[in-house]
Every structure is written in C-alpha cells, then in structure tokens.
Design a binder for this molecule. Structure first.
Ligand code: ADP
Ligand code: MG
Length: 292
C-alpha cells in the first residue's frame, strides 16, 4: 500500500517535473551511489548544428547533402535530424527516396540512394584508417573541440565529413556538481569518439567516461558499476540507452527521449532537467528519515 509520505513525495516530484513510475523508486533514489550518464541528448541538448563540411574532390555540396540527408531522413538520431533540416530548410534541397536503409544504433546508418551504397556514421563505423587519413589530407580544417564528426563513405572511401556542435545543458552541469557534493560517482557513457567525449566530460566535470560505446557496451559498463557501487542509476534518452536503463537499479529518461527509453525507465524527467534529480534525492532522504 502507498503511505501518505510516499504519496506526498510523488506529488512533490510531480511539482519538480519528475514522474515516478511507482513509490519504490523514491526510496531507490536515496540509495544511489553512482550515476551513468549518456552524452547526446542527456548532458547535451541533442540539437546539434552543422558547423563544417569537408568534401572529397569531385562531388558537389548539393549532391553530397542530398544523398546523405535522404538516408538520414529515415533515422531518428539527433545528428540525422540536424543533417536533414540543414539540407531541406537551409539549403532548400529536395530529398530522394532510398532503395533501402539500415539504422545501426550507436554507429550510424547505411543505405542505397541513386544506385550507390553509402555508409554514414562515426570513424569506427566507416573505418578508422580511412577516416584518419581523410582528416589528415584535409589538414583537420576545423577546430575539433567538442564537435561530433559524421563520416560519409561510398565503396571508394570517404566522400566527406560533417562536423556538428551540440550545446551542453546547463542544468546537467549543475546536477553533476550536486552529485559530487552528495558523494555520488558520475560516469559518462557515449557512442561518440574519444576526442569529443574527453572535451565534453571535462566541461561537465564528470568523474569518468567511456567513448565509442555500443548499446551493449553501455549495458556492460552499468553492470560493472553495479558491482562496484551496488546502487547505480542510468540517465539516457535514446534507443541505444534502453538496455543500460533496464539494467540499472534506477533508470531515468529525459522527457524528450525516444519511446523505448521512456518505457524502460523508472523515472522520467518531464522537463529534461537533470538538476531536479539531486533535489529529489534530498527530498527522498528527508522522507526516509521521516518514515524511519
Ligand atoms: P550518444 O551515446 O552520445 O548518445 P550515440 O550512441 O547515439 O551517441 O551515437 C554514437 C555515434 O554514432 C555518434 O556520435 C555518431 O558519430 C554515430 N551515429 C549514430 N547514429 C548516427 C546517424 N544516424 N547518423 C550519423 N552518425 C550516427
Ligand atoms: Mg543520447
């Protein structure tokens, strides 16, 4: 049965914009000793903007964008949406219908458009060697700090790179600060490359991070954290976070997260505001003291 104290905690949570899918999770919050955090969409806004385009010789910018965006149009990833919006709205280009596409969470997409097959994603996905070589050949024409690089390859190699910059959520930074004060270990898990991961994790002052995580890697690291810290929360927003959210003692989803993330989580942050979590922890600690 639900006690008046629990009910009042749930309603206080609602006022903060925190949806608890059951009273048990309020007590769970007070026990958390480590928290794993996804990068894109959780620590950052998940609304990346295109800052640089670098193309191989022999392809026009319009063709490059049309092929890339036509495939990305079938992916729900925030990077995909940014590329599609840029192509359609900013450049006013018409997309094509791809013959097939495959979305590979945490890595990228492949697809066929205009009789050519394309691979779009991070360096590892298209090939570390050729992506490094391409960047070197183009003299790293942009400052990489905190930017995510999306590589586009065809059967001949890298055709181009799109650099995108996402903004961090100030409330997430504030939350990390509070977690530190509460003695909760903070750990960022991202599918992005190491350079970007390092920059963002420094900016956010998290205690540790792991880059190039596939969905199953995020799950694996949450399990390892559980061994070390016993009570572990995970915050995420994407399909790629769902296994880790399910495995954590407490799964927390951003309100704008994908359906799977929202379904899997125990707690939903309606306003995407992570700083409400430490506030709720203080509340739940107070509640436990009242009950005991
Ligand atoms: P995060 O863990 O930070 O939320 P993801 O796991 O969703 O990031 O993605 C990891 C990386 O895989 C991205 O940084 C990007 O390089 C690549 N990626 C994934 N999906 C796509 C896509 N649809 N288009 C381009 N790149 C993608
Ligand atoms: Mg994410």
């Amino acid at each position: 049965s639900i006690t008046p104290a629990t009910l009042s905690a749930i309603s206080n949570g609602a006022k903060l914009g925190i949806l608890f899918k059951g009273g048990v999770h309020i007590e769970g919050l007070s026990k958390i000793r480590a928290i794993a955090l996804d990068k894109t969409g959780t620590l950052t806004k998940g609304e990346p903007e295109i800052t640089d385009l670098i193309l191989r010789e022999g392809i026009s910018q319009a063709d490059f964008l049309i092929y890339t965006a036509s495939i990305e149009n079938h992916s729900t990833h925030p990077l995909a949406q940014a590329i599609v919006n840029y192509t359609k709205l900013e450049k006013q280009l018409q997309l094509l219908q791809p013959d097939f596409i495959e979305d590979i969470p945490g890595r990228g997409v492949t697809g066929k458009v205009s009789d050519r097959e394309w691979k779009i994603g991070n360096a590892e996905f298209v090939g570390d060697d050729i992506s490094k070589q391409f960047l070197k050949m183009n003299h790293n024409k942009f400052t990489k700090s905190g930017k995510t690089l999306v590589f586009i390859a065809d059967y001949q190699g890298i055709v181009g790179v799109i650099a995108l910059k996402d903004r961090i959520r100030e409330q997430s930074k504030e939350a990390i600060h509070e977690f530190n004060k509460l003695g909760i270990y903070t750990f960022m898990l991202t599918g992005d490359d190491e350079d970007t991961a390092r920059t963002i994790s420094k900016e956010m002052s998290v205690d540790g991070h792991i880059s190039r995580c596939l969905p199953e890697d995020k799950l694996k690291h949450v399990k390892e954290l559980k061994k070390r810290y016993e009570n572990v929360a995970m915050v995420g927003d994407g399909i790629n976070d769902a296994p880790a959210l399910a495995s954590a003692n407490l799964g927390i989803a951003m309100g704008t997260g994908t359906d799977v993330a929202l379904e899997t989580a125990d707690i939903i942050l309606m306003k995407n505001d992570l700083s409400k979590i430490p506030k709720a922890i203080y509340l739940s600690k107070k509640m436990n003291r009242v009950i005991k």
